[in-house]
Design a protein around this ligand. Structure first.
Ligand code: NAD
Ligand code: MG
Length: 376
């Protein structure tokens, strides 16, 4: 491990002009965070927002690094979980940052998974009309997805992520070592998003994942770093082309129209289904639906399903515990997804692995037939 920790991390640049930033990926980055923070800090002080679980596991390494560099810091540890992405906690975070005297030229650090990253990023975006922030993502999902691209926000009773802002971080430190403390279920949920990048437009990456799944699951640092770097590069490329989701960024929603409907159908109950699991099932469905429509070889749909299954992810409606609403209700839930424009469903379908495309030309009758065939 000590050998890995001293190696130079990989770097991915998110090319967004004056909002461009670097993502560093590798083991041991939290313990060396000050080296990366110093160049972006205007004075030696910062405030850290984290959750209680992550604080217990990874905050000491961060604060030791800051202490050693003479950077003053304060932290706020919130309750872990999706409920924390709400107005009440936004108020708490902004009040804390103001009490700490964080100025517009200071830097806020988000240490944690996507919940902490989204909430802290949004708090930073409104603090004094926009304060810089750094992401230190500690889940695989946040390292490959939520920390890239600048979407920040909170949930409301009306739905998820409906209040938010585009606010790019100044820097991302993705410490692959932090993943060692993650539960297997949370790790796999992030892995579904990794597979997604191969399925969207990189068949070679999907082939590589098939060959390296065991190494990735067993914690091989080089394999994990490569998987994260490829994922960040893939998302960064899409975001650089379409920062505010007017076009190609929608490709990142592969598996998500089905997935969001399944999350809604299970009342966002993490005991039944977490987001990445919903996406895994959703991607299989997107490929199988594409195959049913004659767009995609059935063999490719089979490979997608087999890989996700071998990883340990759910791949079918029957894998979800408890009963689900019927096909008609599921189509109704899809229609409520925020990606609906003028009442038309936006779908990401595929002509094969690595050949995904955006379509708004979906016949709801076909969709209903497809889902009816899959009802448990
Ligand atoms: P999360 O932040 O809730 O983390 C999952 C759980 O893992 C939490 O209980 C957390 O305490 C724990 N945890 C975090 N790091 C750990 C570690 N290293 N070891 C042990 N436990 C650890 O969830 P998430 O899956 O990281 O992110 C989900 C959120 O991300 C959702 O709110 C979703 O909307 C958002 N998201 C945002 C974007 C975006 O573009 N902004 C993209 C995808 C998802
Ligand atoms: Mg997702």
């Amino acid at each position: 491990m000590s050998k890995g920790q001293s190696a130079a991390p990989e770097k991915v640049n998110v090319a967004l002009g004056e909002r461009a930033y670097d993502i560093f990926v590798g083991p041991g980055l939290i313990a060396r965070a000050a080296d990366y923070l110093e160049p972006v800090l205007r004075r030696p002080r910062t405030a850290i927002i984290t959750d209680e679980t992550v604080a217990g596991l990874h905050l000491p390494a961060l604060t030791q690094s800051l202490d050693a560099a003479g950077i003053r810091h304060a932290h706020l540890a919130l309750k872990p979980g999706e409920q924390t992405k709400c107005f009440a906690e936004l108020e708490r975070v902004t009040a804390f940052l103001l009490e700490q005297g964080i100025e517009r030229s200071d830097m806020v650090i988000a240490l944690g998974g996507g919940v902490i990253g989204d909430l802290t990023g949004f708090a930073a975006s409104v603090l004094r009309r926009g304060t810089d922030f750094v992401q230190i993502p500690t889940t695989l999902l946040s390292q490959v997805d939520s920390s890239v691209g600048g979407k920040t926000g909170i949930n409301t009773p009306h739905g998820k992520n409906l209040i938010g802002a585009f606010h790019q971080p100044r820097l991302v430190l993705a410490d692959t070592g932090a993943l060692a403390t993650l539960s297997e279920r949370e790790f796999l949920a992030g892995y579904a998003e990794v597979v997604k990048y191969g399925l969207i437009n990189d068949r070679d990456f999907f082939d590589w994942l098939e060959a390296n799944l065991d190494a990735i699951k067993q914690g091989d640092a080089a394999a994990r770093t490569h998987a994260i770097v490829k994922s960040c590069q893939a998302k960064a490329a899409v975001v650089a082309e379409d920062e505010r989701e007017g076009g190609v960024r929608a490709l990142l929603n592969l598996g998500h129209t089905f997935g969001h409907a399944l999350e809604a159908a299970t009342s966002y109950d993490a005991r039944r289904l977490v987001h990445g699991e919903a996406v895994a099932i959703g991607m299989v469905m997107a490929f199988e639906f594409s195959a049913m429509l004659g767009l995609c070889p059935g063999q490719d749909a089979g490979r997608v399903k087999a890989h996700l299954k071998r990883a340990g992810l759910p791949t079918a409606l029957g894998d979800i515990p408890g009963t689900l609403p019927g096909a008609e209700a599921l189509v109704g839930l899809m229609a409520q997804d925020k990606k609906v424009v003028d009442g038309k469903l936006t779908f990401i379908l595929a002509r094969g692995i690595g050949k995904s495309f955006i379509t708004r030309d979906i016949d709801t009758g076909d969709l209903q037939r497809f889902l009816s065939e899959r009802e448990a």
